[in-house]
Ligand binder design. Structure first.
Ligand code: SAH
Length: 230
């Protein structure tokens, strides 16, 4: 069974966008994963296809209505669908490589994209939506955030990226940032490739890379080296 992503959005035409390019697009064409974007507005029953209303208690902007969203979620993800239901949200738990890997091993995801001021709390609670953030900043809508999440997840689906080992060394996979990479030419603007990398001594290369990873992580992201609090 392949990984299937369902997106609920006011802008389905934005998908697959960048997710249709390169290796992810090829993985989709090969049936390793699929994506279906559903127009939230099509679940509105009034003449104007209203999906939002003013915030209870006052304040700026509009809020997505819970009844319309619930209908969309129940249609896209009926009882028995075991895909996790995510809501892209700056209030959510920040996305990590570990969560991306978990999701990639599962059956897929159902993703709700917010717009305006956000969505009514009652549908978040009633449908058990897991709020996921892509960082501490505020976007105009959940669509780009959903693409970020899917891009991180889909590249980890077995078979999407060639080479079984190609993730093992990457940033965050072992709690550290990746070592610097080099390729030919041997000399670029007078700077040579570090000699160890062209030495052919694989033990020395592995040691050099491990040292570089640690030094970079210490300098840039010391927080990664502190054992995570549980
Ligand atoms: N008023 C809300 C922000 C709404 S932004 C607040 O202060 O929390 C509109 C929509 O963009 C959100 O519903 C969410 O779906 C999406 N969004 C904005 N920033 C995001 C982020 N950092 N991560 C994930 N989704 C985000």
């Amino acid at each position: 069974m392949s990984f299937s992503a369902a997106i609920i959005t006011l802008f389905p035409d934005l998908f697959p966008g960048p997710l249709g390019a390169s290796v992810l697009g090829r993985g989709m064409a090969d049936g390793l994963w699929s994506l279906e974007a559903t127009q939230l507005r099509s679940f509105a029953s009034d003449r104007h296809h209203t999906v939002d209303d003013t915030p209870s208690g006052g304040g700026a902007g509009m809020v997505l209505k819970p009844d319309i969203l619930a209908k969309a979620i129940d249609t896209v993800s009926p009882d028995g669908d075991n895909r996790p239901r995510l809501l892209m949200s700056p209030r959510g738990r920040p996305l990590t490589q570990a969560r991306a890997r978990e999701l990639a091993m599962g059956p897929g995801v159902v993703i709700v994209c917010g717009r305006f001021e956000g969505i009514d709390q009652r549908v978040i609670d009633a449908r058990g939506l897991e709020e996921v953030s892509i960082g501490d900043y505020v976007l105009a809508g959940g669509e780009v955030a959903a693409m970020v999440l899917l891009e991180a997840v889909v590249r980890l689906i077995p078979g999407v990226l060639g080479g079984a080992n190609s993730h093992a060394d990457e940033s965050f996979e072992n709690g550290q940032l990746e070592y610097p990479q080099y390729t030919r030419p041997q000399s670029f603007e007078g700077v040579e490739i570090p000699a160890v990398l062209t030495s052919g001594d694989h033990k020395k290369i592995a040691r050099w890379r491990a040292e570089q990873s640690l030094a970079l992580t210490r300098a840039r992201r010391p927080d990664l080296l502190v054992p995570a609090k549980s």
